[in-house]
Every structure is written in structure tokens, then in C-alpha cells.
Design a binder for this molecule. Structure first.
Ligand SMILES: Cc1cc2nc3c(=O)[nH]c(=O)nc-3n(C[C@H](O)[C@H](O)[C@H](O)COP(=O)(O)OP(=O)(O)OC[C@H]3O[C@@H](n4cnc5c(N)ncnc54)[C@H](O)[C@@H]3O)c2cc1C
Length: 499
């Protein structure tokens, strides 16, 4: 390979915050708010001109998941606060029943209202923002990050914080700092496919519900009229056979997901579609990302054509927008002081240093083939230990969000956005404690961390008595037949042995 050499240069140190958060997605939001509310001077660096990560830039909807199968709310704290603030502005109907994945609630929201809510929350907490800025390198001294190098229109600048929390989703900072990491599944490193979300406007939701009732057998679990009518927000999954037939006629993109999945948004004439699919994309390779963006946008228009032609209610609909970027499900995961695995998830394991709860099923979109791995019902509520956020070999760096230390299988569950916000809240508080403990993330009192999180409104298993049950959620559906058979649960034996 041909190379060029860069001359050494001096880089101005522009700011020295207590806590530097890289990435303003679900994890970064939780982290920055939590650290700032615990007295830290926080700088949040984000490459886009707005906050939200996948919540906004990738248009991912709905948020999964705040409730277990009993309707018990197991994610609270900052994540729940965001939902309340969205609700006050008409940006969400709140937590509603999900007919697609039957394990817990779903929380659809308006991504534009999300953007303004997040900005307001940051302003109130006095989090300093540096937008349009990319963290590109680090300088490590004696096992600690001395500086994070950022690039922007202002050029190359350095930030020297006491503690860094990497919420980039790809562990960009941790990897630059030399932390060990894994990627994809164990046998070959293959990762889950990427998908471009897009929103459709002008949908006639009454006509759509009528169509669903008339075609219930094409939908997962063949919902009844009452189930379709009772849904506060339509969750639509199925059409495998119809999609197959349409594909054969050229009415559906051959590489896209072999089924239809979309969710109604708070404005009842809008849906967010999760049906495009791009295999063999490395979300940390710019050539792959370029290829994915081009293919995915073609898929979006093709899928919309299918919906207009085949599904009632879409006749006068239009593409409102495609996401600013293709959604990358899986890239790097750090190897931390503890690696959460599928047994921990399925057994609903609790940890002395548990900082957040998860309850979403293990949901793995396969890197090849058609059968999505899905554990069906998230009966277990498990905790994520603080140690999953501690990259080996570095003492003033934490990682929060989807790139924490978990196996490929456990990743299938922890990756959802309510869980990422909750882990961020834990990491933000830990960063505050670490700043006070001589910038050492391993020197903090984890009992104090856990107790403080509970006092600050987070739900943890130790505090089970405080759980609230949402009896309006109808979460007790059984895994059914028909379209649902296309989901494959290799963990069934482990789940049964637990019960
Ligand atoms: C196609 C798809 C469908 C999904 N479906 C759902 C769903 O229905 N419900 C659900 O709850 N979850 C879903 N998820 C999972 C969820 O969206 C992610 O796992 C979650 O958003 C991860 O949060 P995060 O904060 O770790 O990362 P992200 O949301 O990716 O946020 C990372 C942030 O960091 C910024 N950033 C990245 N690198 C840098 C850098 N070097 N410098 C500065 N800024 C940087 C990014 O711009 C971004 O704002 C889906 C994901 C995908 C891709």
C-alpha cells in the first residue's frame, strides 16, 4: 500500500472538562446528563449537528424496552424522564403494547420532538456541547487517556479531560487507546446486517387496520380484531409469503428483509419502516458505509412501492424522509473486566455492581440466511454490571451503549435504546465518582454507585419492591404459529430449564 507521512504538529488544547463524553446517542445522553447532574463539568462531543444517535440520525423507532412480560417497569431514571418530556410535547403516546415481539412494551416517538427535548435537557443540566465534531485520536500516558483529539471545521484540536466516556457505538476512543475488543459472532466475526429506516407519511391508518383484519393470517400470530383495534400504535410484522411473491415479480428488493416490519408513530398517518437490509457491511469501514447508503436508499423506494401496491392504507402515502445515515446494528464490543453472556441474560442474573436492567429478548438478525434468532419473550430481567463498561488496560475510560463488554448473543438483547440510556446513566454517575477518586474508574465505591443510582430514580433488581406495574400493557401473548415460525429460538432449552 502506498503511504504518506504526516509531519508532527502542535495541537491546541481547547478545553479541560471533568468528564468528556464522545457521542450523543442514547448512551451519551444518559451519561452526560447523569455526570452533569452529579456536579461534573461535562463536555459532549457529537459528529452531527443534533443529538440522539440512532434515535434521530438513524430514525430508529420505537424504543425497546421499559417493561418485562409482567408489565413491571425495569428501566426508569433518565430514560423515563425523556419519555415524560416527549409526552408533554405530544412527541409520544408513552409505553404501549407491542404485538410484534410480544415480550415487553414499545415506545414509539417523534424524532424531531426528540431532538428538541434532548437539547433542552442538556441546557438545563449545563452540559456543554461540541457538535459537528469527530473524535479521531487519543494520546495515552501511563494507562490513562491524556487527550482526545477531535476534528472539525475548526481543524484539529485536543481535549484533556479527567475521565472519558466512549459512547460512539463503535468504541472508537477505546480502540484508538489500545483497548482489546471483539466484533461479531464467535465463529467468523460476522455481524448483524445494517438497515436504513425511513418514515412514510400520508398513511390512512383506518384503512390499514381494516386491511390487517382482512389479512390477519399474513401477520405474525394472526391477531384478532380486538387486538388490532386495541393497539394504541400499530405494530406491523409479517407478510413473508406476500413479500416472497412480490420479490419474484420484481415488486420488492431481492436483498431486503424477507418480511415487512413497521411501526405507527405518534402522528397517526406516519409509520417508521424497518425492512431494508444490507449484509456484509462493516460499520467501521467507510467504503462499506458508502455502499450501504447507496443500496439502502434504493431499497427504501422499492419497499415503499411494494406497500403502496400491496397493503391497504398506503395508496396515497409518500416517503417523508430516509434516515441521515444507515442504521448499523453491530460493530466492535470492548473486552472489559466482565463480559456479560447469554446465560446471564436468560437467567436474569443480578450483580453486586449492576448499574442497569435489561429485559429485551435476544434478537439477532442473521448475518446470512433468513431465520432471525429471537428468544421470544423477555421473561428474564437481568442486570448489566459496571465492569462491562471498563475496558481492560485503561483507568480513566468508560464505555457505555452498544459497545460494552458482552458476547455477540448477549449483545442481541442489551443493544436496545432504553437499556443503552440506562447504562449511560450508570456510567455517567460512575464517571463523576471516578473524577473525585483521582480519575480512576476502578477506584470507585460500587456500593455507593448502585445505591446512588437507586436514589436517583433508576430501577435495579435489589430495589424490586419499588417496581411499578403497568396493567394497561397486554404483554401476555404467547409465541404463536404461522408467520412467527420464521423466528428461530436456539436458546429455548436454556429458557425452559430456568423456569
Ligand atoms: C437497523 C436498526 C434497528 C434497530 N431497532 C431498534 C428498535 O426498534 N428499538 C431499539 O430500542 N433499538 C433498536 N436498535 C438498536 C439501537 O438503535 C442501538 O443499539 C442504540 O442506538 C445504541 O446506542 P448508542 O448510544 O450506543 O449508539 P448510537 O445510537 O449509535 O449513538 C452513537 C453516537 O455517537 C456519535 N459518534 C459516533 N462516532 C463518533 C465519533 N468518533 N466522534 C463523535 N461522535 C461520534 C454518533 O453520531 C451518534 O450520535 C436498532 C439498531 C439498528 C441499527
Amino acid at each position: 500500500m502506498q503511504v504518506v507521512y504526516e509531519a508532527a504538529r502542535q495541537i491546541p488544547v481547547v478545553v479541560t472538562p471533568d468528564v468528556l463524553v464522545i457521542g450523543g446517542g442514547p448512551a451519551g445522553i444518559g451519561t452526560a446528563l447523569s455526570a452533569a447532574r452529579n456536579g461534573m463539568d461535562v463536555l459532549l462531543v457529537e459528529r452531527y449537528g443534533f443529538l440522539g444517535g440512532n434515535l434521530t440520525n438513524a430514525l430508529i423507532n420505537p424504543i425497546f424496552t421499559f417493561h418485562d412480560i409482567e408489565g413491571r417497569q425495569v428501566v426508569m431514571g433518565i430514560a423515563e424522564e425523556i419519555v415524560s418530556r416527549l409526552q408533554a410535547k405530544g412527541g409520544t403516546l408513552g409505553h404501549v403494547t407491542d404485538l410484534t415481539f410480544d415480550n415487553a412494551s414499545m415506545t414509539p416517538f417523534d424524532p424531531e420532538i426528540m431532538k428538541i427535548v434532548l437539547l433542552e435537557m442538556m441546557e438545563e443540566a449545563k452540559v456543554e456541547l461540541l457538535l459537528h465534531t469527530w473524535a479521531s485520536d487519543v494520546i495515552v500516558r501511563g494507562g490513562k487517556i491524556h487527550a482526545v483529539i477531535v476534528e472539525s471545521k475548526s481543524g484539529r484540536q485536543a481535549i484533556c479531560p479527567k475521565v472519558v466516556v466512549d459512547c460512539s457505538g463503535d468504541a472508537d476512543v477505546a480502540v484508538k487507546a489500545g483497548a482489546p475488543y471483539d466484533s461479531g459472532r464467535k465463529q467468523d466475526g460476522a455481524t448483524q446486517p445494517a438497515s436504513l429506516f425511513f418514515r412514510i407519511g400520508g398513511v390512512d391508518s383506518h384503512k390499514l387496520k381494516d386491511w390487517m383484519k382482512a389479512n390477519r393470517d399474513l401477520l405474525k400470530d394472526s391477531p384478532t380484531d380486538d387486538e388490532i383495534d386495541d393497539q394504541k400504535a400499530i405494530a406491523f410484522l409479517g407478510l413473508r409469503q406476500l413479500v416472497k411473491e412480490a420479490m419474484e415479480k420484481g415488486d420488492y428488493p431481492p436483498d431486503a428483509a424477507p418480511r415487512m416490519l413497521f411501526y405507527q408513530l405518534p402522528r397517526s398517518d406516519q409509520v417508521a419502516v424497518n425492512a431494508s437490509r444490507l449484509q456484509e457491511i462493516d460499520g467501521t469501514d467507510v467504503q462499506d458505509l458508502t455502499k450501504a447508503e447507496i443500496l439502502a436508499r434504493k431499497q427504501a423506494w422499492w419497499i415503499h412501492h411494494f406497500l403502496k401496491k400491496y397493503v391497504g392504507g398506503f395508496e396515497d402515502s409518500f416517503i417523508l424522509d430516509t434516515a441521515s445515515q444507515v442504521g448499523i446494528r453491530e460493530t466492535r464490543r470492548i473486552i472489559g473486566d466482565y463480559t456479560l453472556d447469554e446465560n446471564d441474560v436468560l437467567a436474569g442474573r443480578s450483580f453486586a455492581d449492576g448499574i442497569a436492567c435489561g429485559t429485551f429478548a435476544i434478537d439477532i438478525h442473521p448475518p446470512e440466511g433468513e431465520q432471525q434468532i429471537f428468544t421470544g419473550s423477555g421473561k428474564a430481567v437481568y442486570e448489566i454490571p459496571y465492569r462491562c463498561c471498563l475496558p481492560q488496560g485503561l483507568d480513566n475510560l468508560l464505555v457505555a451503549g452498544r459497545s460494552i463488554s458482552v458476547t455477540h448473543e448477549a449483545f442481541g438483547s442489551i443493544r436496545v435504546m432504553a437499556t443503552c440510556i440506562a447504562v449511560g446513566q450508570g456510567a455517567g454517575l460512575a464517571a463523576a465518582l471516578a473524577t473525585k477518586a483521582g480519575s480512576n474508574t476502578r477506584a470507585i465505591d460500587t456500593d455507593l454507585l448502585v445505591e446512588s443510582l437507586i436514589n436517583q430514580g433508576q430501577f435495579l433488581l435489589k430495589d424490586g419492591v419499588k417496581a411499578t406495574i403497568n396493567s394497561e400493557l397486554k404483554l401476555h401473548r404467547q409465541e404463536g404459529s404461522g408467520e412467527n415460525a420464521s423466528h428461530y429460538n436456539p436458546f429455548a432449552a436454556k429458557m425452559n430449564s430456568r423456569e
